[in-house]
Design a protein around this ligand. Structure first.
Ligand SMILES: C[S@@+](CC[C@H](N)C(=O)[O-])C[C@H]1O[C@@H](n2cnc3c(N)ncnc32)[C@H](O)[C@@H]1O
Length: 250
């Protein structure tokens, strides 16, 4: 019944309006259901990011409530924050408002994202699995205090970004966040048609696979944990929250 109603609503409104109204509903619903327990969430609401909606919350904790615990120490500093995945720029504007002295950097494969540049928001266009691009974006000497991966959510790309960015471009004491880990279990193309449905995904090479095998992420995390237990490597801690993971660099 519910699926039928959704199909009818989509047909009457059109796909785009249907999704916009759905996104607005999820944000409003989250505010009424969970309230506003962090300054970062309040700022996120004002900038209409989806990082606090019901798809990005669990047990009353949205991504923004979690991140504020880690971001607070940088709040009044000249922080540099890089996010993979810009879409409409809502999250970049949220970081800009929260870090009043900070600079925000975004990368995205979709060339239309360049339009969301503004003062203290810098955007470059390229793919998160392109090593040359990741080595040189915003100048090869540039280092970041916080890196967030909210890009394709395709495991092989998530891992390529980490491999290129964590050692070389994240400052000591910095924070690396991998979002939406629920996707890492999914056959994103076979079951969810992400190349056609998710914004910007069509710019990826369709000849590659977009189906995830969670084992790839498990192997990656287990190797990091193994190193931690042997007191080697440059990871200080890995904190798992629902769907998001926060890795602190030594
Ligand atoms: C979930 S959206 C980002 C949303 C944004 N961070 C926010 O919270 O407002 C994912 C973005 O990843 C981008 N993307 C997809 N494949 C990519 C790739 N290979 N490299 C970089 N960006 C990619 C898409 O174009 C899309 O804009």
């Amino acid at each position: 019944m519910q699926t039928r109603l959704k199909t009818i609503a989509k047909r009457v409104m059109g796909e785009s309006l249907y999704h916009q109204l759905g996104a607005a509903y999820r944000r409003i619903h989250s505010v009424f259901r969970y309230g506003v327990k962090s300054r970062l969430k309040l700022i996120g609401i004002a900038h209409l990011t989806d990082k606090f909606d019901e798809h990005h919350s669990f047990a009353g904790w949205s991504y923004l409530d979690i991140y504020e615990k880690y971001f607070e120490r940088f709040r009044n500093q000249k922080v540099s924050i890089l996010e993979i995945g810009v879409r409409d720029g809502a999250s970049l504007r949220t970081w800009k408002a929260y870090f009043r002295k900070g600079n925000v950097y975004g990368i995205d494969i979709d060339p239309r994202c360049k339009a969301f540049e503004e003062k203290r928001i810098h955007i470059e266009i390229g793919s998160q699995d392109d090593g040359d691009f990741l080595a040189n974006c915003f100048g090869a000497d540039k280092r970041f205090d916080i890196i967030i991966d909210d890009g394709s959510h395709v495991n092989r790309m998530t891992l390529a970004s980490f491999e290129h960015l964590f050692d070389r471009r994240l400052n000591s004491g910095g924070i690396y966040i991998i979002e939406d880990l629920g996707c890492s279990y999914e056959k994103l193309q076979t079951d969810h048609h992400v190349l056609e449905v998710w914004p910007g995904m069509k710019y990826n090479d369709p000849g590659q696979t977009f189906d995830n095998d969670r084992k790839d992420m498990d192997d990656f995390f287990l190797e990091k944990i193994r190193k931690l237990d042997h007191r080697t490597g440059n990871v200080l801690s890995i904190h798992f929250w629902a769907m998001t993971c926060i890795i602190i660099k030594i």
